[in-house]
Design a protein around this ligand. Structure first.
Ligand code: KIV
Length: 281
């Protein structure tokens, strides 16, 4: 608790210290109201570049820009008090050189107030992760299926099956040695995720990976059922909000057409009632 009585926000070292402990809870958020809903329940709130597909209707995350990440990062910052806020570095903003990555990450942290950034890549990004962490930028790594490399993979396919697992084990070791405080493991076989979790000194955060990971992350809109037609195997739906919203919107449309809305409760009288002390809302 802080002097204000509010719980202090989690830090990257707090997350690192959770290795092998109570599983870390992580969800994405892209807006202030959703950030306010997830913050009390999450250890990490991730402003993922999935925002491009989820909120902007893009076909992949490749079209997401640094400015988009900063705008959504600022919105989420206003709704997060206790979780660690992590913002994704989008495609093209960090791969060219460690200096480019530093410039982008410093802008994200300065303009959003996030305490860390996430970037995709294993061994190939180890030099950059070391460069950032030695300069005060905590990094969450992301290996396995890295969606920004969807064209290289030829689709959103499970990575690391069979002999392919060794390269992902090397990726995990490399990002940990470079100083990442946690690593997202996306869409890899359960057995591989278990091995990596056992071998790696930093927390593994699984998505389509294994219950043995040190934590789990989901795209919040997926677990809330915001898309009727998107049902990946690794997502458990905890609500069916698309169905609920569709029914509510249909009911509203019918009420308007039948002149049932607005009703007496929703319209204003000519004179303010004497009992009403506050102005009309
Ligand atoms: O962009 C994103 O939302 C992510 C998570 C799914 C890990 O990277």
């Amino acid at each position: 608790m802080s002097a204000t009585g509010k719980s202090a926000a989690l830090t990257p070292p707090d997350v690192l210290a959770r290795k092998g402990g109570v599983p870390l809870v992580c969800l994405t958020a892209y807006t202030t109201p959703i950030a306010r809903l997830v913050d009390p329940h999450c250890d990490i709130v991730l402003v993922g570049d999935s925002v491009g597909m989820v909120l902007h209707g893009l076909p992949s995350t490749l079209g997401v820009t640094l400015d988009m990440m900063i705008l959504h990062g600022q919105a989420v910052r206003r709704g997060v008090e206790r979780a660690l806020l992590v913002v994704d570095l989008p495609f093209g903003s960090y791969e060219e050189s460690p200096a480019q990555a530093f410039h982008s990450a410093a802008r994200v942290m300065r303009e959003t107030g996030s305490a860390a950034v996430k970037l995709e890549g294993g061994e190939s990004m180890a030099e950059t992760i070391g460069f950032l962490t030695r300069r005060g930028i905590p990094v969450m790594a992301h290996i396995g299926l890295t969606p920004q490399a969807v064209n290289t993979f030829g689709g959103y396919k499970v990575q690391g099956r069979g002999t392919g697992g060794a390269a992902i084990e090397r990726d995990a070791a490399a990002v940990a040695a470079a100083g990442a405080f946690a690593v997202v493991l996306e869409k890899v076989p359960d057995a591989l995720a278990r091995r990596i979790t056992a071998q790696t000194p930093i927390p593994t955060i699984g998505i389509g990976a294994s219950p043995a990971c040190d934590g789990q992350v989901l795209v919040v809109d997926d677990m809330l059922g915001m898309f009727s037609d998107f049902r990946p195997k690794f997502v458990k739906r905890y609500a069916e909000l698309a169905d609920d919203a569709g029914a509510a919107i249909a009911a509203y449309a019918e009420d308007v057409r039948q002149r049932r809305f607005p009703g007496d409760d929703h319209v204003f009288a000519d004179a303010t009632p004497a009992s009403q002390k506050v102005p009309d809302a």
